[in-house]
Design a protein around this ligand. Structure first.
Ligand code: SAH
Length: 254
């Protein structure tokens, strides 16, 4: 049980598998005003950078679940490296349907909302692990500008324009689901470069080291065409952010 091998190759050197930078991840941790001992659940925790650094910086405890064996191993190593292995736990497995045994203060899915079948389904899944008054974190792309054609959307790694919303629409969609957006940290082009451009050196080194591998044609094609496509499309059109949500409570009838 694992994710498609292409990601384990192209993102093997990433600590953060999203366009958020270490600085912005730290900003998000501060913005949430995390208390020491706060419990955080992270579905699709990748290489564990969010939980490990927040455990170091804010004293949170956390559990991450990720389908990549490689990323999970990296997350456990990172926890050891930062001296927080007693506070964060990383489980290798499918996070679809995962519900924490003990309710958490923060329930997150940062850049992996397919786990719950989309944003609404993922919020519903996270809600099952969340204490009353807790915070849900959703990391999700949005269009900074609408791509002019469906073909342009595909070049931004989307299946179609309808996959993503414009930022105000995405924010409004959280409201329609019954949530206040109480914080947000948005990626910028530099953050996209850290996520996307970091794949290129990884791919180049992998190609040099694995000339006989069956994935060579695919990785070679991606390294040849990826940088230009990225500069023309994803970098121009696609935004990304982490949104902190709290369930709206209806005022009690007088
Ligand atoms: N939140 C992390 C990782 C985001 S990338 C970060 O910001 O760095 C998306 C992650 O989802 C990858 O690590 C991938 O391995 C994981 N993933 C994909 N499908 C999954 C599933 N069904 N269950 C758990 N993790 C999954």
């Amino acid at each position: 049980m694992d994710i498609p091998r292409i990601f384990n190759i192209t993102e093997s050197a990433h600590r953060i598998h999203n366009p958020i930078t270490p600085e912005k991840l730290a900003t998000l941790g501060r913005a949430l005003r995390l208390e020491p001992g706060a419990r955080v659940l992270d579905l699709g925790s990748g290489s564990g950078e969010m939980l490990c650094t927040w455990a170091r910086d804010h004293g949170i405890t956390g559990t991450g679940i990720d389908l990549s064996m490689l990323f999970t191993e990296h997350a456990r190593n990172r926890a050891e490296e930062l001296g927080v292995a007693d506070r964060v736990k990383f489980i290798h497995g499918d996070a679809a349907g995962y519900v924490a045994e003990e309710k958490v203060d923060v329930a997150a899915c940062v850049g992996a909302t397919w786990i719950g079948g989309g944003v609404a389904g993922t919020i519903a899944l996270l809600e099952r692990s969340l204490r009353a008054g807790g915070i849900i974190l959703i990391g999700e792309p949005y269009w900074r500008r609408l791509p002019p054609t469906e073909d342009a959307a595909k070049k931004c790694e989307a299946n179609s324009i309808s996959d993503f919303l414009l930022l105000p629409e995405l924010i409004a969609s959280f409201g329609r689901l019954g949530y206040d957006v109480v914080e947000m940290v948005l990626a910028d082009e530099d953050g996209w470069d850290r996520y996307e451009a970091a794949k290129w050196l990884t791919m180049r080194r992998w190609l040099d080291a694995n000339p006989e591998d069956e994935m060579v044609p695919q990785i070679r094609a991606e390294l040849t065409s990826g940088p230009e496509r990225y500069a023309a499309y994803t970098r121009e059109y696609l935004g990304w952010g982490v949104f902190a949500l709290m369930r709206r409570v209806e005022p009690r009838a007088q």
